[in-house]
Design a protein around this ligand. Sequence first.
Ligand code: TA6
Length: 281
Amino acid sequence: MSITEFEYKTGFPALRLTNSNGYSSVEILLYGAHVLSWTTNNKQILFLSDKAIFAPGKAIRGGIPIVWPQFGPGPLPQHGFARVKTWRLGKTNTNGDVSVELHLSHDEDTLKIWPHKFNLTLTIRLKEKSFYQELTVHNEDNHTFEFTALFHTYFTVDDIKTTNICGLNNVTYADKVDGSKTKTDTNKILEFTGETDRVYNDGGKNANPILINDCIQVIGSSTTSDIVVWNPWQEKAKASVDIGEHNFSKFVCIEVGHVHDSVKLDKDQLWKGSHEITLLK
Ligand code: TA6
């Protein structure tokens, strides 16, 4: 079990967590508390674009961006600011499952655009065959605030056209490529034939495990059972400077979070949301 500090490409401080037999390892940037890679059993589970931009203020394309306190467009920058802020390293543990805690608090800049005092703790834990992340939000202000939160995970796939997802049948979703119409799919398997951008609003009632190609299992907590499924497809990938046409078939985003409405958090209160990803075979 080890935790190593190193400098990523553009000089961003980074951490590498490795479990006892070197079977599994994770690379994390303090910038965005961004998980760039998770390798287990010699397989890279996460997708990181070869065109990803590593520069202050820019979101990184791939890995696991933390979307907070706003999902999607709105008064704040797209997907909020947590993914473009530099977090602080807190407690680390190498006894048993290797883990780290990263923290982000309000500052002058966040207060200007989001006038609430907060402290975030992101716990990242590497288990034998699984990877766990938990976000804790502490309201440090003297009033209630609201937020949405999402682990925007990019999974590597051999080919999006042969990728299948199980566990989302009969769950109502907003279809963002069809005017956000509310739909439900009874098919047990979700396959991809074009641009897909769906927000499955489970709303905490039924945290189904999601299976990617019968091989990777994704489970949220009761507070994070909304699932976003995204692939931009060829044209949008081509138009995106940090994806590129050659990459659209190589990933699918399966994103666990609480986005169907806002979490209302009273002063001094804590909210916790997590997800766990397991390689089944
Ligand atoms: O989570 C899905 C989504 O909101 C899509 O609508 C798509 O725009 C994607 O995220 C990527 O957003 P980004 O801001 O990272 O380019």
